[in-house]
Design a protein around this ligand. Structure first.
Ligand SMILES: Cc1cc2nc3c(=O)[nH]c(=O)nc-3n(C[C@H](O)[C@H](O)[C@H](O)COP(=O)(O)OP(=O)(O)OC[C@H]3O[C@@H](n4cnc5c(N)ncnc54)[C@H](O)[C@@H]3O)c2cc1C
Length: 460
C-alpha cells in the first residue's frame, strides 16, 4: 500500500507519522511545496523576538528524524492535480519538471493561505517593498531579511488576532515602534471586549500604539514610503511606516481538492466527515483546508494547529484501514502578549444564543493562589453557561503570565468535552497548595459565582 500525503505541516506530517506507526509495511510519501517539513509555524513570532534561534530550532522534527520513521519526503514539489479515478497525483518539482505519483490512499493537508481581505495594493506590493504576510518559513525569511537590510524602525501591523498580537510583542522586543490596527472595537475579537481591553492595556503599557475601529482599505508605496490608509471611526485615516505586516486571518487552500471534485462547506473549506474522508474515493483531508467539526456548534471552520494535528492523525489512521473519528474541537486557544496570557474555550454569549442555548455569562476576578503567599496575581475569568440545563458552554480567561491560564482553560475544555454542568465543576478534585492555588481553585470560584449570578437573576 502506498499512502501519499500532500503538505509537510501539522496535518500532513501527523497523518504520515500515524500511518507508519500503525503499519510499518505501508510506503508513505510526503509531498511538500517548500523545503521546510514539520516546522512549527506557531513558533515564528519567537524567532522574530529572538527568543528562538537559530530558525532551524523551529522544526518539530528534523528531516533526518522524519526519514528515520520510514517516510519518503519529496520537498520543493508542488502537487498540481489529482486524478481520482486513476489514483494518480501530478506534481511539479523546483525545476518545473512535471511527473506523476501513483497512490492507493491520498491525504491532503494543504492548509490555509493568508487572507488579504480585499485590501487594495497587496496584489502589487510584496516583501521587497516592505509589505509582508506571515504563514510560512519563506514569509519568515523575507520579513527577517527586510528588517535586517532596511533597518526598519517603525511597523504597522494590520490585524490584532493572536498572530498580530504575538508579532506586536516580537517586533517591539526587537526595538521597532509598532502601530497595531484593528477593524473591530477591541483587540483579540475572539474574547468579549471587557477581557480584550485587558490585552489592549498590556499592549499600550509596552509601547504599542493600538488603533481600534480602523478599516484598512489600501497599502501604497510612494517615494520609498509605505502608507496604510482607510477609515477610522468614520473618518479618513492614513499612517506611514517602514514595514507593514498584514495578519488578518487565513482562508482555506482548497483548489487541489475542489478541482478534483470535492465539495466545500463552512468557511469555504473542503467538506470532510468526522473520519476526515472527503467523499472522493481514497481521498482524505485534514487541517486548515477542511471544515472543523465542533462539539457544540456542529460543522464550522476553526483553523488551529492543535486541530490540524488531531485531524491529521485521524486521517492517517483511517487511510491505512482504521476507523478513527475526530472527536470535535471546542476552539480552545491561548496567547501570550508580553506579560499577559489570554485564553478561551467553547462559546461566548452571542455564539451560544445563535446555537439555540439560553446563555448567561458572568465575570469574576480571583487570585491564582492564596493571597497571603507572595506574588498572588488576579485572574479575570468569564464563564458562559446555559441557564436552562445548567451546562457549561464556555470560559474566557485573562491574567498574568505564570498564573497557569493555559492549564486553567484546559480544565474548562476537559469539562466542556464531557458536557459537565457549571455546578458540577465544584466536584472536581483539583490540586491545592498555597503558593500555587486555593482550596477552591480560581476555576471553581468562577463557576460558583456564575451559579450564584444565575440564581439571583432567576429569583428576581
Ligand atoms: C504565526 C502563526 C502562529 C500560530 N500560532 C498558533 C498557536 O499558537 N496555536 C495553534 O493552535 N495554532 C497556531 N497557528 C495556526 C497553525 O499554525 C495552523 O493551524 C497549522 O499550521 C495548520 O496546519 P496544516 O497542516 O493544516 O497547514 P499549513 O500549516 O498551512 O501547511 C500546509 C502545508 O502544505 C504545503 N502545501 C500547500 N499546497 C501544496 C501543494 N499544492 N503541494 C504540496 N504541498 C503543498 C505547504 O508547503 C505546507 O507544508 C499559528 C499560525 C501562524 C501563521
Amino acid at each position: 500500500m502506498h499512502l501519499v500525503a500532500i503538505g509537510g505541516s501539522d496535518a500532513g506530517i501527523s497523518a504520515a507519522l500515524r500511518a507508519r506507526e500503525l503499519d510499518p509495511s505501508v510506503d508513505v510519501t510526503v509531498v511538500v511545496a517548500d523545503s521546510f517539513p514539520n516546522f512549527s509555524i506557531c513558533g515564528i513570532p519567537y524567532y522574530f523576538s529572538r527568543e528562538v534561534n537559530p530558525w532551524q530550532s523551529l522544526a518539530h522534527r528534523t528531516h533526518a528524524d522524519l526519514e528515520a520513521t520510514g517516510m519518503q519526503l519529496r520537498l520543493d514539489t508542488l502537487a498540481t492535480g489529482i486524478d481520482v479515478v486513476a489514483r494518480q497525483l501530478t506534481v511539479r518539482d523546483q525545476y518545473g519538471a512535471a511527473s506523476t505519483i501513483a497512490y492507493d490512499e491520498l491525504m491532503v493537508g494543504t492548509g490555509a493561505l493568508p487572507s488579504t481581505a480585499g485590501i487594495a495594493g497587496l496584489d502589487q506590493l510584496g516583501p521587497a517593498d516592505g509589505v509582508h504576510l506571515l504563514h510560512s518559513m519563506g514569509d519568515t525569511f523575507a520579513l527577517e531579511r527586510y528588517l535586517d537590510e532596511q533597518h526598519a524602525e517603525t511597523a504597522i501591523i494590520v490585524g490584532a488576532g493572536y498572530v498580530g498580537l504575538e508579532m506586536a510583542e516580537a517586533l517591539t522586543v526587537r526595538g521597532l515602534h509598532v502601530t497595531q490596527l484593528q477593524r473591530g472595537a477591541e483587540v483579540l475579537s475572539t474574547l468579549d471586549p471587557e477581557l480584550g481591553s485587558l490585552v489592549h492595556d498590556e499592549l499600550t503599557r509596552n509601547g504599542v500604539d493600538v488603533i481600534t475601529g480602523t478599516r484598512v482599505e489600501r497599502v501604497s508605496r510612494e517615494n520609498g514610503q509605505l502608507t496604510v490608509a482607510g477609515m477610522h471611526d468614520g473618518q479618513p485615516f492614513a499612517q506611514t511606516a517602514d514595514v507593514v505586516l498584514v495578519v488578518i486571518g487565513v482562508r482555506p487552500n482548497t483548489s487541489l481538492l475542489t478541482e478534483a471534485g470535492a465539495s466545500t462547506g463552512a468557511g469555504g473549506a473542503v467538506a470532510v466527515d468526522e473520519h476526515m474522508h472527503t467523499g472522493l474515493p481514497h481521498v482524505w483531508a485534514a487541517g486548515d483546508g477542511v471544515v472543523t467539526h465542533h462539539r457544540l456548534l456542529g460543522v464550522t471552520y476553526l483553523p488551529l494547529g492543535t486541530t490540524a494535528h488531531k485531524q491529521g492523525r485521524v486521517a492517517g489512521e483511517n487511510a491505512v484501514g482504521g476507523n478513527a473519528r475526530f472527536a470535535g474541537s471546542l476552539g480552545t486557544q491561548v496567547v501570550k502578549v508580553f506579560d499577559l496570557v489570554a485564553a478561551r474555550t467553547g462559546l461566548r454569549d452571542h455564539e451560544a444564543t445563535a446555537a439555540g442555548y439560553t446563555p448567561h455569562s458572568g465575570t469574576v476576578i480571583a487570585d491564582d493562589h492564596k493571597a497571603y503567599y507572595p506574588g498572588a496575581k488576579p485572574l479575570s475569568i468569564r464563564i458562559t453557561g446555559d441557564t436552562d440545563s445548567g451546562v457549561l458552554l464556555g470560559a474566557q480567561l485573562v491574567g498574568a503570565r505564570g498564573a497557569e491560564i493555559a492549564k486553567r482553560v484546559d480544565t474548562y475544555a476537559a469539562a466542556l468535552h464531557h458536557s459537565m454542568t457549571v455546578d458540577a465543576m465544584s466536584d472536581l478534585d483539583l490540586s491545592y497548595t498555597p503558593p500555587l492555588g486555593s482550596p477552591w481553585d480560581a476555576v471553581q470560584i468562577a463557576t460558583q459565582a456564575w451559579s450564584r449570578g444565575v440564581r439571583s437573576f432567576q429569583l428576581r
